[in-house]
Design a protein around this ligand. Sequence first.
Ligand code: NAG
Ligand code: NAG
Ligand code: NAG
Length: 714
Amino acid sequence: MKLAVVVLVAGLCAIASTNVVKEQKVADKNYQKIQKDVLLILQNINQPSYYKEYVDIGNTYSVSENKQKYTNQSAVEQFLQQYQYGFLPRGQIFSVFYYNQLKQAIALFRLFYYAQDYQTFYNTAVWARQNLNEGLFLYAYSVAVAHRPDTMQIVLPPIYEVYPYYFVNADAIQQAYKYKQQYGGENVQEGGYNGYTINYNYSGYYLNLHPEQGLSYYLEDVGINSFYYYYNIYYPFWMSSKEFGFQYVNRGEEYYYLYQQLLARYYLERLSNGYGDTPYFDLNAPFETPYYPSLQYPNGLPFPSRPAYANLNEYYYNYGQKWTTSGVYGYSPALIEDYERRITDAIDSGYIYSKGQQIDLYSKEGFNVLGNIIQANQDSPNYVYYGAVWYFASHLLGYSYQPLNDYQIAPSALEHFETALRDPAFYQLYKRIVLRFQRYYSNVKPYSYDDLVFPGVKITQFNVDKLVTYEDDYYIDVSNAVYYSQKELQQQQQQQSGQGNFNVRVKQTRLNNKPFTYKINVQSEKATKAVVKIYLGPVYDEYERNINLTQNRLNFVGLDYFVYDLQSGENVISRNSYDSMYFAQDPVSYDDLLRQYSGQQQPVQGEQNYYSFPQRYMLPKGSKGGYPYQFYVIVYPYVPKEGQQQESQGSGSQGYQSFFYPTVEGKQFYDSYSLGYPFDRFIEYEEMFYQIPNIYSYQTNIYHYKNVNAVQSD
Ligand SMILES: *[C@@H]1O[C@H](CO)[C@@H](O)[C@H](O)[C@H]1NC(C)=O
Ligand SMILES: *[C@@H]1O[C@H](CO)[C@@H](O)[C@H](O)[C@H]1NC(C)=O
Ligand SMILES: *[C@@H]1O[C@H](CO)[C@@H](O)[C@H](O)[C@H]1NC(C)=O
């Protein structure tokens, strides 16, 4: 799963190199300054900064006195109005799942977005960083950096190092505090590291909870969780396509595909651990899976937990709380039922009702519209009527409390994009949503032989290296989680680099896999452009029963997707696991970025695709003796979608890219087939799927080793 926008770093270089050398240098200098600004602004975000420049801007800048420096006056007015009537104070918990807080974050984002130039954006951001709530600022600022034409190519530092509280369990954060209090400004030198290291396990190690806690290494993985966070920074549900340039992106369809893929990937990991299907829940029966988040808010409040067999109906869910007049969230069960009913009715009747107008759901654009409705994004034709099931279900399943007022909230893990994937209920919720989309497909004709066949093209062979996963040590810098005195922060500033005298990091084990290569032999009668999709799926269920494709099709994970020029005759397509656009290497750590952009080290520019699903998790864990999975390859004709092919290096909001499609010759390729093709629709004839010459399935095992040495000696 790839985030195409970030590849713009490479794009930027490509554009710059066509200009005269002098100009290129200036551009690079600018880029470096902006990159450094972003890092310093996000440093120790929970404390006011003591950089003299920041303090001055924080005390003197005034939005209302600089109104003319923003290109959209109504955005400025809206912000000032919000600000005048009270913004979320500093120190309070922020969550986009609380409507009033979201409204404020959007107002702040718009102010950032419409700043006329970088300098104005910078002043506004520094002012906001010093004066507004830190969580709200972090969110609005990150979205603005990702969307402003002059900053969209900037790398955001890994969120788990900017805000470790939402990624690292409370016991490790507590240990970091302890080191800070005991050893303050004295760093130790340990194994080449200038600071303290905390050894740390996932919560499943410490607590005797639900058996599925065995999956905590996957659920709590910092890379997987930050992928989901960044996805929501780049594609916020509340943005309108028109205002922010998403018009080329089929966001409704992508919404479906993202969750279907996340679920499939989770299922593959479950199989390796001996668990089967993600459970399905019923709103009228107790919710079986308990959840204890092991996380703590910076203000000391623990994340709310959910008991086993939690009751989901309003009476039990709100028991003992003042709720009937304190906001809508207490009504979540009823709202979910209403919205789900209306969506199902729309699917089976074939029409969506919007302001007296009927929209045909089974037209070419229908599925995308359905996605917009279910995501309840700004493009939903009738938000009021079809609502936002996922929004209210996150309140409900997270089992958070009803807020007493807008500013004192205690959101559950499900109510932050940073932490939602840690709760197994996330997958149960989205399974319900993905199955609602499947209800749509139950009314659509399955693919016929002619829909699948690529005349004249035949896959004759497939080979892949031995697939191996292993456990690997990983370090996360948590120096941003502890608090510093004014003196310490001023020293940091003097050292220019921005690095303090005290560093602390967490060491944990993460899954990884050996790179592998696969070869596909394709026979073609003529030279032609083709699309190649490669999926990884299960063969058996958890009881080693053979599961037919008909029942298994939603469990296939996209491994790779590219366009290939087939020659007439025999073609051997060789691909490495690193070639896939869906996966990303580990991001450069906050510290290294700072070193690079504060002049201590040469910045490494080039293609920086940081925000995708981690390459480490390209393969499920497998097992010691080998766990069987299958590759499934389909080669089909290259047919770009009409009117949707666009430059991938466009500037400004118009350059906005879709998340899931490959890039061909500098342009994003919008496939005229659906994203989930050929597994999105129901399958009528199992046999047919194996007889199509341009489809090939190949069964193999994934082996798991405890450490990399065992892998090498193998
Ligand atoms: C200006 O901002 C308002 C919201 O604050 C938005 O509705 C409007 O579309 C924006 N105008 C332009 C030209 O982008
Ligand atoms: C982490 O787990 C391993 C066993 O898997 C154990 O040996 C080690 O002591 C644990 N470390 C901590 C800090 O709990
Ligand atoms: C599963 O597929 C095989 C062919 O691949 C077929 O022989 C068998 O009848 C199928 N089983 C069911 C239950 O559909």
